[in-house]
Design a protein around this ligand. Sequence first.
Ligand SMILES: [Zn+2]
Length: 248
Amino acid sequence: MYPVGEIQKEYNINTISKELELSGAFILGSSTTASRIVGMNGELILLVLTEAEGRPAVNGSYFSSINPADGQCLLEKYRNKFSDCNFGLQGNLYACEGKSGKVIEVRVKRRTGGHSLVTALRKTLEGRYPDKSLALGGTFIIQKGKAKIHIMPREFPAYPLNSVHDIEGWMQPYEVSAPLVCLSVLVSRDPGLDLRVEHTHCFSHHGEGGHYDTDTTPDSVEYLGYFLPAEFVFRIDRPRNMHTVGRD
Ligand SMILES: [Zn+2]
């Protein structure tokens, strides 16, 4: 994605599921629309029950983009005419069997520190297990309050995005309202795979969604989340060039 977005990069979620040897997996996370299919960049809020023998994939994904008519956030169901299971550029995804079982419940009222919920979880894990690399995936709802999100523009700029400063200048920030359903993947420490250490996208049923940065209402915010530790971390199509974006 950085410094120059390789928009021809495209990945199929069913293929990934098979590569993980988890056919029919339930996969959620944060990704980017496939430009070839949707015709533009967008924040993909990925939620797919992948195909299994005798059953097609069920795609519950959304994507958000900047509405050219008014510059506001536009949230749509992710459907397209070629395949509804491709995404583009990059993704931080959590795959599981989709079965019920024990999970970690996180309930939070009020935010007392400067970190977002996801960063706080990540820093807490890192502090408690400094020698380990622990990954969590899951979903949480922002039940009350407002959140700061961003949406990337429909096109990449003509110049390379070389720094966080460049990227922040390019992305469009929004303040959106609860209830927001967030899909999140985090790793307490990069195990040397050049990973983005956290990535969370959110959708709603009132037309708002995108890349979750943090909440903007620390005194009134309420979160309810469910997470599970990962058994394995897979790195697919690792870029040759490293960058420093998303390292913290
Ligand atoms: Zn994102």
